[in-house]
Design a protein around this ligand. Sequence first.
Ligand code: HQG
Length: 178
Amino acid sequence: MSDTEISKFISLILRHKPEAIGITLDEHGWADTEQLIHGINQTKHITMDDLERIVAQDQKQRYSFNEDHTKIRANQGHSIPVDVELQECTPPELLYHGTGEKFTSSIEKQGLIPKSRLYVHLSQDYGTAVKVGQRHGKPAVYIIDAAGMAKDGYTFFLSVNGVYLTKEVPVKYLKREK
Ligand code: HQG
């Protein structure tokens, strides 16, 4: 099994479904590292060295260990309600959101909503947004007037791996780019 496949499984466990391997997360999203490895080993094979490598080399730096590596959590992307101690931030003037073209008519009526996740995910660059959009078929990209939202009192967070997060983006702050 490739590191990417194992990483996708770890994302599922640490963001959405820890019960799939019989573990729980604490209120800050931490899993016990040994329990995670043990749980994964019910169906796959992984050692602590593998996990260290996957965390260190992850393209999007999706995971963090605590100081002594006895705990691990996903940095963002959760659907289960955990508090990963996100840092509130002042966003840049503009942010981008990539989505599927099939969602655009609904988005243009409702604005961006988190759907199954805790937050709407936004990126600082257009290229990342295109890639995120491609996960949903033909991509569409929105430019978000983040400075305008911040001025109007909306709160933004920046995850430790550089993803901007906010609870919703009403239609008036959205402009279709692609
Ligand atoms: C769309 C990946 C209809 C939204 C990525 C998105 C990201 C609406 C989809 C991270 C809507 C939810 C998150 C509305 C929003 N009507 N559709 N009103 N509002 N949507 O996967 O942002 O590789 O939950 O546009 O890189 O695609 O997993 O969110 O298309 O950072 O680390 O509903 O996941 O990171 O899809 O992706 P998702 P996302 P990882």
